[in-house]
Design a protein around this ligand. Structure first.
Ligand code: ADP
Length: 441
């Protein structure tokens, strides 16, 4: 009972009821007006005819033609009475023993338990005021009007029922595309998202809905696919160190070995476990950043954050003999300091890791544009790999990446943090010349 269909149907009935009701009332009163006007005209003509007769003999003798006498005979339902001043001085035979009320204007009264229409007509003869009231029993006309009212009421009820059914057909036709949409949605599941499509060839009003649903399906499909890919990647990444642990333990258990061999095996297991811990820690960090809704923002000095990140990477810089310079004046941003430090730690770490021995790193700060560039003289990135470096677990050039430690998660983390701060990152690179990373705050 709470369905749109039912509500539309009720509205449709209510509207038709009001429209047909108004039309019916208008038709009934128009007809009543026409009927009464024609009676009034006829009565007025008769009153005027009687007045002419009276005028002819100056209101002294009331001699009426046979025709008049016959019309107003004893059992006739047509009446007249002549009034002088307030006194009835003559009346038709049909009124014998009774009188009509003396009226100033046309009116329907009840006389002998019947509706009677009275039309008065006043005139003067020799300064004497006369009024002729002609009247007619209109019971048959009222009956006719009531019959008409009955037929009209039935016609209106039939019209309302028919239009309500018409409305039901219209409502059904209107809801058909919606039903189709809901059917497609009800069949929706993770596995058939890519194939789910709502026909956009629908009524203009429903087109935006169909388009919005199709876009949502595509987005959800993309999210599910990314999720699947992510799970596959994580499993793959964890599988390698886990295989190393299994292999090492199996080898160690196969036969009695020397103490140094055991130490070596335990060391291998420890490294693999550390690698797994690293993956899990970074993933947890990534997930917590993805789920961050409220940043702990405060005014941050960009140069100070960069200096802090360099300080934390000092050991690596020295180890690889890399010369790092900071150029430009600082600027301030409203940001989560820990997360922005994480960004610079990752980017500086990359510019050291993928740099050459005795390489250089320039960090340029442009306060006017709120831009920071990190330019290294490292191994660079191939053009085809540039689009993928922000994907989780992606590492360009696996042969080189093997010798350089990394999880392929740093740049995903960086991008996620910058998006949270409504900032952007751009990477330009030339293999064997170097890489330029630009952050737009
Ligand atoms: P990781 O460094 O742990 O591998 P990242 O997500 O930080 O993961 O980087 C993804 C890949 O992008 C790296 O494996 C590397 O191939 C490439 N890359 C990132 N920064 C640089 C850089 N400064 N120079 C050369 N290659 C880079």
């Amino acid at each position: 009972m709470n369905s749109i269909k039912f509500r539309l149907f009720v509205y449709y009935c209510a509207i038709s009821f009001v429209i047909f009701g108004i039309l019916g009332v208008f038709l009934y009163f128009s007809l009543e007006d026409i009927v009464l006007k024609s009676i009034d005209n006829a009565l007025m003509t008769k009153a005027k005819a009687i007045a002419t007769l009276i005028s002819e003999d100056e209101g002294i003798n009331f001699k009426f033609s046979d025709e008049i006498l016959k019309e107003y005979s004893k059992h006739s339902k047509h009446y007249f009475q002549i009034i002088q001043g307030q006194k009835i001085i003559e009346k038709s035979e049909s009124l014998k023993g009774e009188s009509l009320p003396i009226l100033k204007e046309v009116k329907t009264v009840t006389f002998k338990n019947e509706p009677v229409r009275i039309v008065p007509f006043s005139f003067k003869i020799n300064n004497k005021q006369f009024t002729i009231e002609c009247a007619q029993d209109i019971d048959d006309k009222i009956d006719l009007l009531q019959t008409y009212l009955g037929i009209l009421s039935i016609a209106i009820v039939v019209a309302i029922i028919l239009s309500a059914f018409g409305g039901l057909i219209v409502v059904n036709a209107m809801l058909k595309p919606l039903k189709k949409i809901s059917l497609t949605i009800s069949k929706l599941s993770e596995s058939n998202l890519s194939k789910s499509h709502i026909d956009e060839n629908v009524a203009n009003e429903l087109k935006p809905l169909a388009i919005a649903f199709n876009k949502t399906f595509a987005r959800l499909d993309n999210v599910f696919n990314k999720q699947k890919q992510f799970v596959a990647d994580v499993s793959h990444e964890l599988k390698t160190p886990l295989s190393v642990i299994l292999m090492e333990t199996e080898m160690a258990l196969r036969k009695q070995r020397k103490i140094d061999d055991y130490i070596n095996t335990i060391d291998q297991i420890k490294n693999s476990a550390l690698h797994m811990k690293n993956i899990i820690d970074t993933l947890l960090k990534l997930i917590s950043i993805e789920n961050t809704k409220l940043l702990e923002k405060k005014t941050c000095d960009i140069k100070e954050i960069i200096k802090k990140s360099i300080f934390l990477s000092k050991q690596q810089l020295d180890k690889r003999n890399i010369d790092l310079k900071i150029n430009g004046e600082t600027f301030f941003i409203e940001a989560d300091e820990t997360l922005i430090t994480e960004v610079f730690l990752n980017l500086i770490d990359n510019s050291i890791k993928y740099n050459k021995e005795f390489g250089i790193i320039d960090i340029n700060i442009d306060a006017s544009k709120k831009i920071v560039e990190i330019i290294d003289s490292g191994i660079g990135i191939e053009k085809e790999a540039l689009d993928k470096i922000f994907d989780k677990f992606y590492r360009a050039d696996p042969s080189r990446s093997k010798t350089i430690e990394g999880l392929g998660l740093g740049l995903s983390l960086v991008k996620e943090i910058l998006e949270l701060h409504k900032s952007k990152i751009k990477v330009e690179s030339k293999p064997n010349i170097g890489t330029k990373v630009t952050i737009y705050f």
